[in-house]
Ligand binder design. Structure first.
Ligand code: C5P
Length: 409
């Protein structure tokens, strides 16, 4: 892999880890990238612009104006020039300013004008990193679409061990290379994703629903669109929002509405991912008026079954269309998941078990096993849902690529 010809804006802030930036620049340039440094005033206390401009072979940008001749540095031009921006090291102060749009230096103004994806490698003392304010700002940045590169060392030993330390330059470069290599691998593909719960109305104020948050489906939508796909996200009620312009969001409430929307969209897509938690049953009749409390001890509702969206689309799917389902099982997990994959004619099924802490409904994390129709199985550790989305799409992409190659031979 390489970074040949990539324009990278490297933001450097006032952290002791700024010495690692020198090594990072050399690695980026070795991989073929052009690097433009933007440094904060505090950053210059830790590493000199002379060193940085010598390494990057470009003048370092640190002030709004060049002292002396008063030339203005255009952060807007920089935003257009860049293929990617990375802030490494990023201090708590810079992360806070980025999250809140406090544009009091060139680095933050460049960030605010940036048209390219932004990566952030935090570097600070562990207590500062752990502080609720820092965590809130990091979350905000993630929601704004930035990628956070946390130090990976120690992740297995303890959740926070090693965090706050800037990731090693070699690993940062590997992450950026991976990013560019997957970036457009779904270009010209259309993907439909169902997400969230369904609400089945009982009367005007009550419904039967479930605890699905929609987080997994939304993470998949962001991942697919960031790789160039056009995404149709059919979602039940959720508070989540989408950020990528390639996502067309279709809001539905009930299983029947989701079914109708999916049937309309499915014929034009290359793949469909069914991550919605669809209610199996709905009240046979919705009461037009609010049902009143009665003196009777018991109350019963008659339910009727909902359409199985995935299964019915599985029946009409064309050979070139891929379908991917989810299974949430509590017992005989793998056996039941494989059975479901066959019944619904999925090419892949993503199994998440309720037996795993932190996995499944409502959580920000998930732990999955991906099973494929060709009998392959891959298990992953507990990760954030956006990382799980990457794993899912990588696995599907790699397996289908390999399969297509076999067919070509
Ligand atoms: O049968 P079960 O609900 O466990 O199957 C789960 C898979 O089927 C998920 O991918 C889910 O989105 C999909 N499904 C569906 N329509 C339904 C029920 C489930 O698309 N009515």
């Amino acid at each position: 892999m390489s970074l040949q010809g990539k324009h990278i804006v490297l933001g450097i802030t006032g952290s002791i880890a700024a010495y690692k930036s020198a090594h990072l620049i050399r690695l980026l340039i070795k991989k073929g990238a052009e690097v433009q440094i933007v440094i904060t005033p505090a950053g210059k206390e830790f590493i000199t612009p002379v060193t940085l401009s010598a390494l990057s072979d470009r003048p370092v940008i640190s002030e709004f104006f060049t002292s002396g001749d008063g030339t203005w540095h255009s952060h807007v031009d920089l935003g257009l020039w860049a293929d990617l921006m990375i802030i490494a090291p990023a201090t708590a102060a810079t992360i806070g300013k980025m999250a809140n749009g406090i544009a009091d230096n060139m680095l933050i103004t460049s960030y605010l004008s940036m048209k390219a994806p932004v990566f952030v490698a935090p570097a600070m003392d562990l207590d500062m990193y752990r502080h609720i304010s820092t965590q809130r700002n990091i979350e905000k940045l993630k929601n704004d679409g930035a990628w956070i590169i946390d130090a990976t060392e120690g992740e297995l030993a303890s959740h926070l061990e090693g965090k706050g330390r800037m990731e090693e330059p070699e690993n940062i470069v590997a992450i950026l290379e991976q990013f560019f290599s997957t970036r457009n691998n779904l270009l010209n593909k259309k993907i439909m994703i169902t997400a969230g719960p369904t609400y089945e109305r009982i009367d005007p104020v009550r419904f039967i629903g479930n605890f699905s948050s929609g987080k997994m489906g939304f993470a998949l939508a962001e991942e697919c669109s960031s790789r160039g796909a056009e995404v149709f996200l059919i979602t039940g009620p959720t508070v989540l929002s989408v950020s990528h312009p390639n996502i067309t969001r279709v809001n539905v409430e009930s299983a029947v509405e989701m079914h109708d929307a999916a049937f309309n969209i499915f014929p034009q897509v290359d793949a469909a991912i069914f991550s919605a938690a669809v209610a199996d049953y709905r009240p046979e009749k919705m009461s037009e008026e609010k049902i009143k409390r009665s003196e009777k001890e018991k109350f019963s509702l008659t339910l009727t079954s909902n359409p199985d969206i995935a299964a019915s689309l599985g029946k009409i799917k064309e050979p070139y269309q891929l379908t991917i389902g989810f299974a949430l099982e509590t017992n005989n997990e793998e056996f039941n998941a494989i059975k479901k994959m066959e019944e619904k004619n999925f090419d892949f099924i993503v199994l998440n078990s309720l037996n795993d802490q932190g996995a499944g409904f409502g959580h920000d994390t998930n732990k999955v096993t991906i099973l494929s129709r060709d009998g392959k199985k891959q298990s992953f550790s507990l990760k954030s849902k956006s990382e799980v989305a990457k794993d899912i799409i990588d696995t599907i992409f790699e397996t289908t690529e390999a399969r297509n190659k076999k067919l070509e031979v």
